[in-house]
Design a protein around this ligand. Sequence first.
Ligand code: CAA
Length: 445
Amino acid sequence: MNSVGIDAVAVHAGKLRLDLAETFAPAMDEDPGKYTKGLGLHASSFPDVEEDIVTMGANAAHKLMERKGLTPEDIGRIDVATESAFDNAKPVSTYIAGCLEEVFEDDFHHANKGERKFACISGTQSLDDAYNWIRAGRHRGRAALVIATDTALYARGDAGEATQGAGAVAMLIAEDPDLVEMSLEQGFGSADETDFLKPNQQFPSVDGKRSVQVYLARMREALADYESVAGQTHPDQFEYIPFHTPFPGMVRKAALFGYRHMIRDTDIEETVATDIGRQPRIEEFDDESQYHDAVREYMDALKETDAYGEWYDRAIEPTLDIARHVGNWYTGSVHVARASALRRAREEDIDMAGKQLLVGSYGSGAQAEIHAETVQENWTDEIDALDIDEQLTERRDITFEEYEEIHDVHNHDKEADIDAFTTPSEEFVRDGPGPMDERTYRYVE
Ligand code: CAA
């Protein structure tokens, strides 16, 4: 069996930019440091008036197909991962295929289309579906298009408003991929949780502080489950560790837990032990709360060690470069983190071919998944083709008043009629409602 993985990736960022420190924090009467230092965010990307999950997804997919010289005949399935769907029956993938059929001569009638739901982890689950379809040999030599697209907006006044974002990631999953091969081994941590949900409502109900704890607990389970099939992990084994990134501060917490776990019983634990002692082991304590206190104390000390700092700067920090400027993209977020790391590797001229990534995905509700990826020979062509820097630079900055307007435009319960802030060119945009009040789209030359 040939290797299977991600052959190509393209992104589309919402075309508006809200500066969190300069614009949002003062309007909310908050210290900008909460955003830049605490959450680790500088800006959020927002969809303009004529953008939504379909236009962003179709624009990313169109770019990817054009660049790879693909036609609809080359694609055997289209899966969309989103938690921002506006239709409970017709999947977003059909809307996106309809858009693409406007610009390609052929159609996608032969392609299996679907929509995946499990909060932010459904992007990775769609990769799994495509991987399994190819490995099962049902793909007839064709590739799968996976599109993770979201408008991650929260109700005005919700604490989550600080972490908003909007964008899409399109990925081509194929045999003999050019970017990364996905491992057969994977680990899961899954439990019935109510940390973040949208029971038939547009904006989420979130228990923010609890969601952070649930993320960490499920990620820890997933790592242990991954190790049960792949063997013990070691920090030096992986060049980068892209995590689901609702905000970089979340990854900072997860990375410290992950590092403590990975160095247990290794040379690194012995080296740092001369300064901070060995990790507490539960069997050394009569009382569980004393053990947890000792772990907290150990982690505070571990965070300050050179070994941890150097590992964090090498393996984690590069995964956060893009997230800091776009906010949370829900289903696309972990895939932005992978792209961010590889983009940094390119900037630093690191030869990544054959090197390993450990990818940690998470979805509220809740489930974490961990698998490894091996970077392929042609990865530089794929990363050089990413136009994320141009997109981020071209975004239109919005004032706080404009932010309030655009939030209303995308709020399904409000009527807001304002002109778009940007002028579309060579992209899909929303059009007026169709005869069944459905959303319609057109391509602007
Ligand atoms: N300087 C430096 N740091 C500051 C600061 C300042 N002036 N002011 C605050 N901070 C720090 C705080 O200490 C805190 O850091 P720690 O957690 O390390 O202590 C951080 O900035 C955030 O400050 P608050 O906790 O006061 O912020 P908040 O009350 O507004 O809530 C939140 C933060 C709970 C994450 C909220 O934004 C939220 O609900 N977000 C949505 C839910 C979410 O993203 N959860 C993540 C896990 S769930 C998931 O991953 C799925 C998903 O995509 C949604």
